[in-house]
Design a protein around this ligand. Structure first.
Ligand SMILES: [Ca+2]
Ligand SMILES: [Ca+2]
Ligand SMILES: [Ca+2]
Length: 219
């Protein structure tokens, strides 16, 4: 593993020195803005275990939402590819930030990378008792977390998701994230169905788009 990794690094830097200077670029993904459509976000609630909550304009993560846990799933589809407004494979991700517009103060919420697919119709039961951060359904590792205290009115909360976006660009499947609340004070934000486009979840990615031809696939 170490040998192949360092070999890949060597090839990478060789390619970079031979190629042109990479161009820094910023791509933004927000439902209904700039033609982007591909956000999937929904709440799973243990007390409404078969109810599809995808079309709600807001979602809550809460370890104790009236007696049952609420979790939020969020994914941006079609963000990686060869089109001009997509992140090309082999890009270097300088930074990736997930912004959500929160409107309710809550307990600390952790953001975990999802490891299995989910659909718009996901429910608490369809993913079998909600999502567990067990390295099977979602990563144990937290990408980022909230600090709980936000203003009572709407407030943008930023999550650093650089490592996860780089992981996807490197070839792993993008299954989005799950927001898991550590306590019983629900933390709510606006979803991609919210009327005001500006308050919908937004992914901002700063990247180096390689200007060289993609390297040959290794067998
Ligand atoms: Ca939704
Ligand atoms: Ca589960
Ligand atoms: Ca609250």
């Amino acid at each position: 593993m170490v040998v192949s990794a360092s070999k890949a690094d060597a090839e990478d830097s060789k390619q970079r020195s031979e190629g042109k200077q990479p161009k820094v670029e910023i791509l933004e993904f927000q439902e209904g803005v700039g033609g982007y459509q591909g956000t999937v976000d929904t709440e799973l609630w243990a007390l409404a275990p078969t109810t599809i909550l995808d079309t709600n304009p807001n979602a809550s993560s809460d370890a104790n939402n009236d007696g049952g846990e609420s979790q939020v799933l969020l994914r941006f589809d079609s963000i990686i590819g060869a089109k001009a407004n997509q992140i090309p494979r082999n890009s270097r991700i300088r930074s990736a930030r997930l912004l959500v517009s929160a409107f309710d103060q809550g307990s600390t919420v952790n953001l975990h990378r999802m490891l299995v697919p989910f659909s718009k119709t996901a429910t608490w039961n369809s993913v079998v008792d909600g999502v567990s951060a067990d390295d099977v359904e979602a990563s144990r590792h937290k990408d980022s977390f909230t600090f709980g205290k936000i203003a009572a009115n709407t407030s943008t909360v930023v999550f650093d998701v650089t490592d996860t976006v780089q992981w996807w660009v490197n070839g792993h499947a993008n299954h989005g994230w799950v927001f898991l609340n550590t306590g019983g004070n629900g933390w709510d934000f606006y979803t991609s169905e919210f009327d005001d486009f500006k308050q919908r979840p937004k992914l901002i990615v700063e990247l180096d788009r390689p200007q060289v031809t993609p390297e040959k696939k290794t067998p």
